[in-house]
Write a protein that binds this ligand. Sequence first.
Ligand code: NOJ
Length: 719
Amino acid sequence: MKRLRFGMLALGFSAGLAQAADPSVAQRVEQLLGRMTLEEKVGQLNQLSGKEFTGPATEKVRGMEAEIRSGHVGSMLNIKGVADTRRLQALALESRLKIPLLFGLDVIHGYQTVFPVPLGESASWDLEAIEKSARIAAREAASSGIHWTFAPMVDVGRDPRWGRVMEGAGEDSYLGSRIAEARVRGFQGARMGGVESVMATAKHFAGYGAAIAGRDYNAVDMSDHQLFETYLPPFKAALDAGAATFMNAFNTLNGIPATGHAGLQRDILKGAWGFKGFVVSDWGSVREMVVHGYAADLPDAAAKALNAGSDMDMESNAYSSALAAQVTAGKVPLAQVDDAVRRVLTKKFELGLFDDPYRFSDAAREQAAMSDPRHRQAARDIAGKSIVLLKNEGAVLPLRRGLRSIAVIGPLADARRDLEGGWIVKSGADKMASLVDAVREAAGPGTKVQYAPGCDVACRSGDGFAAALQAARGADAVVLALGESWDMSGEAKSRADIGLPGRQGELFAALRAIGKTPVVVINAGRPLIFEEVAEQAPAIVYAWFPGTEGARATADVLFGDVNPSAKLPMTFPRNPGQLPISYQQYETGRPVRDVKNIVYRSAYIDSPNTPRYAFGHGLSYTTFAYRDLRVSDARMRADGKITLSFTLANLGKRAGREVVQLYLRDPVASIVRPVKELKGFQLVTLGAGEARQVSFTIERETLSFFDRKLAWTAEPGAF
Ligand code: NOJ
């Protein structure tokens, strides 16, 4: 057996909480399994997209309906709403064994109420808020018949050219792990089977975020050490938080498609980690193993995927068309198929679908969830916590109330749909405020708010610049909204150039040229590069795609009704040539010690090494001081603990919240450690002038790492 070099290792991840199945559920699953034909078993592993079902009843739709009636479909995606989920569930209940369907959907950052895109929300570092947004999304989705979301995406992303960084928690494994747990808890609630919860999916297992050159779906080639140290921990964290399912990935990992990767799925996930849920493939990823050059044809792909531990086939039609024959031909052991079916049926029992297949699709609950005003309030609150104040020279922000006039200009100033970002279930843009609306609301009737776009988001033409300059000329303050449109970040939205689109930078320069240097608001799904703005704008607010209430939240920050506290979950580069980039670099033998002397140093001759904005950066309207750092003991025994404490003081005149971050460095080890590693964080809110003691505990776990043999180890030494 040649799988991965790390074979059955994965030690450092200790067994954790392998999920235990309920014994009565296990019995019911066995009874049912015993009655199933091979064809019916394969049916449970087949997932189809139901996009067509909302259109006319074509021949294809009638064919799919027949498949559901004959028990050939175990799950559907892209079906939503009480009416449609009920109608299709009724078809499944016409099948011989009446096994209900599972309805899965990409509920990524909200269902009806749209929260900031996951990367933006991660900038809050606020696990409670993140859990709450997933909880609300689950409540809305579950009430309309959804059992299962394909979220959270826990892929670490260190290359903002990759458009899917928008869907994750950024570059850091530790922060990403904590956020993964919060999202799983939020989606799944206290226990599986609650009608206000959905099953979570940890995706994309694994390595997907490290696509070469940031190009989506591209190959991934990384050391086992990097995989264990950086890319796997958020998956393990999601699993320990109880994630019911995993999704594998489109990429190859060191030459093997993730979908056909037994080392990942059987050895690590289901072996060492003891995962009891099921693995769904990504869309068509079983079939794509043929294109990768890893499987000869669809039947071969079906066998390779199932044998490697992919339990459910999303939209490849590989299992439905070929798996039974591969079992008969002896290419796939029946026991492996049984194992996969058992996993899927277990979740259906745990969700209570055999007791009441319609229990999630409830019109009254749907109506109540969709009209609950608390959801929008939460969206505004979380968006406010996600918006990063990158720069604020001369305290130009917050804007004063009582100004005579404000010009809100730029291609995103009146945007609504763009503020929702990608991966939304249904746009509610017609019921949203744009930034112009929100500034008008916030400034009050005494302030005249003028608007001119300057150009559209692509900004190929400068024809609208003159009108924008005109609007800015007489204004007391100018806010310029720049950035990406919603469909420039996300799946298959890699960009080779992550600058501000088109001539947006020129619009900024034109304003400066008339002496109207604006406060800049940027909407985007990824870190962008905007060097001139970074150098010359006095204030920059990075608002991501902030969701349904995002414009109001942005105005809350601009006017100081919310004191910003968000911190970047990804490094912002100066130059695309620095990519991929992360604060977690390794020391070289020739580090740059003095920027004036980079000869034969690990440096660029045409760009600094340093980022434009570092991971963890974010300003506040108040100032915090860190004082009196103390360690309870200068030495720690291997089984001991020490406490690190200090005083955090709010020196300013307004209340504020600080995200205190604990970093550690292990300067000498048996394998070189990163120059800096995040090991903890706390959110501390302090009133004006208030001070408080903050402490962190350091123990063996804090100092441990994967050694050369991928064993989780702590070594003695200085830290
Ligand atoms: C492909 C994406 O990679 C995955 O994240 C998503 O869940 C599926 N499509 C289903 O829409």
